[in-house]
Design a protein. Sequence first.
Length: 324
Amino acid sequence: MSSARFEVLVIADNCTDQTASIARAKGVQVLERNDATQRGKPFGIAWALQHTDLERFDAVSIVDADCVVAEDFAQRLAAVPNLRDVIAQPFIDVSNAGDSHVTTLASLYGFANNGVAFATKVRAGLNVPVGVGFAMGTGLLRRNGWTAFSICEDWELYAQLTARGERIVSAPKARISAQEARNLQQGETQRTRWQAGKQWVLRTYGAAILSSSTISWRQKLNAIAELTGFGPVVSGVLALAVALGGAATGGAAGYAIAAVSLTPILRQVIYACLALRFVPDRSAVGRALMHLPMYAASRVVIAMRSVLSPPGSAWIRAERHADD
């Protein structure tokens, strides 16, 4: 793809640093927005889309400022079939996978999710979740507009569009990288906010998903499962607790409950094993898995806090670090 077929646009939203001037010095088009009342990424995106001639493009990819895209990112997205009428979710990689056992486990989860689980969903005709770097087709945008303004706008967008019968597909060959928190404490605030925001989306849009006349029951159940989930580690802990309770109860019913409860754990184990073929350093994964009990305990605590927390109204940036 030639550069004439895509453009880079920087949204300097309520910036107090040199973002706009640095971007312009690189020859990049910049839109500057200053609004003290409607602050945050979702409002900035909505404003920028209103100031963009969408007729000129097949899709708009929204990339966070602290992410890095692969050189062929735009070309890979452009190859997605029917791009104008879908959302295409790229593969989200962890740029600092080797920093700690936390980042290594996050990287393994990324490969299991983006490389295995999403492919399974696409083959089954199910939507995949929306995350960093997603590309919205301009046809889809014209039909729906930008209507997600919560602190968890990606999950809100997923719920809204799924209920309307829009397609969200995986684009695994389009790669985008983001930093993961090096330790559990570093990312706790952000993860608590994400989980609380996700629960708000479920409460707000769950009924619309279940009552939708445009999607199948498989799609409905898949979306509710995505919005209900606490992530593979916490879900695994909860499933294990239920399984142990069923086994302790005994009898045919108890053992049946135990067997059914172990199913999601088995699925995650299979996904992780299949994902190992993508992992560059398998020995690091082995060392990281030794920390899994402590990692799981911390994730359970965060999940419990998120249940008791409001979704939040302010974005809090997780700590980032420069490359060594």
